[in-house]
Ligand binder design. Structure first.
Ligand SMILES: [Zn+2]
Ligand SMILES: [Zn+2]
Length: 343
């Protein structure tokens, strides 16, 4: 019982943590919290260790590296290995349909194709050659994206909706975000690959969670486990309840139950992120624009939040032209082919 409670507590804590980070990421609370936390830690941890930690964090999040790609493939490999070696075999013995059992593999193949495309494709790098063409694609709103702005690092004029990625050191057309999991920027030309990658990853986690849950339920039903009784700590005979069943499955099939916990958590997290990405796609916003939306009140100081008394020069999304047109822009980005050829 204690183990199960602890596990559920851990699961709830992780989910609450992630949701809190998502909610706070658009406000100043998170920055304040991080700064406060860093100050407290700086008094506890020795200077040398802090420097080493800063170096590691800088390498992981501020330079292009393959660490998260490796971690991604390792986790995916472990989950699929467990599915293949235990769940798949047991399910076949219980007479599950083969089509149903092979679905996670089909999703894996599609996912790996789009994962690779997201990693290696050009997100929309702005160069001297395509700069003029890309300047024509989006209208300047004069709030978040003023006209005649220049990137002094890349020496190019910045088209509306573009941003300089400090990790990749380049300006990207319709910049969304830099994703460490694919070690690439997500921009106008690879947002479609990233969306399908996210969709298939969520679907494969959810499919595995469903297959594993159905398998465990079937196992309990076939073995008549729910009809059994047990003797509790006080020596009383008790009918098996759901908590006891879950705990029993934890002890007899630990790897499968642990994998199930992991894929269930992943399904919720990825599902939430997928909904957010679909919302941005449907409303024709990038993550960068969504994040900076409340702060872009003045184009001379774009990173400063608007004080309540300031002139209401609030950012307005001028790029949304209806659901289908917005989705079409993700899957058929304007000027992608011409500009790609010019690179
Ligand atoms: Zn630049
Ligand atoms: Zn980048």
């Amino acid at each position: 019982m204690d183990f199960l409670v602890l596990f559920l507590f851990y699961l709830a804590l992780v989910l609450i943590g992630v949701v809190t980070i998502c909610i706070c990421s658009k406000t100043h609370y998170l920055r304040g919290l991080v700064r406060g936390g860093a100050q407290v830690i700086s008094h506890i941890i020795p200077e040398r260790l802090q420097r080493a930690m800063r170096k590691v964090l800088h390498y992981l999040f501020h330079t292009r590296n393959h660490t998260f790609i490796m971690l991604h493939l390792l986790l995916q490999g472990l989950v699929y290995a467990e599915y293949t070696w235990e769940v798949f075999g047991y399910c076949q013995e219980l007479g599950f349909s083969l089509h149903y059992l092979l679905l996670p593999y089909l999703l894996l193949v599609i996912n790996l194709v789009f994962f690779t495309l997201s990693c290696v494709s050009n997100p929309g790098t702005i160069t001297k050659a395509n700069e003029f063409l890309l300047l024509q694609v989006y209208e300047f709103d004069e709030v978040m994206f003023p006209k005649n702005m220049k990137c002094f690092t890349c020496s190019v004029r910045k088209p509306a909706r573009s941003k300089h990625c400090r990790v990749c050191n380049r300006c990207v057309h319709r910049f969304d975000h830099h994703c460490v999991w694919v070690n690439n920027c997500i921009g106008a030309w690879n947002a479609r690959y990233f969306l399908i990658y996210l969709l298939t990853l969520t679907a494969s986690a959810a499919t595995m969670a469903i297959v594993s849950t159905v398998f465990l339920v079937q196992l309990v039903v076939v073995s008549d486990l729910y009809l059994e009784t047990y003797v509790d700590d006080l020596g009383h005979l008790q009918v098996i309840d759901i908590v006891f069943l879950i705990q029993y499955l934890f002890l007899t099939l630990p790897r499968i139950v642990f994998m199930l916990g992991f894929v269930v958590m992943l399904s919720f997290l990825l599902g939430g992120y997928l909904c957010f990405t679909l919302y941005l796609a449907a409303t024709n916003q990038t993550t960068n624009e969504w994040y900076r939306g409340d702060r872009a009140w003045c184009h001379h100081c774009p990173h400063v939040a608007r004080p309540p008394s300031a002139e209401p020069q609030v950012y307005r999304n001028i790029h949304s032209h209806g659901l289908w047109s917005n989705l079409g822009e993700i899957f058929l980005p304007a000027a992608a082919h011409c500009a790609e050829k010019m690179n």
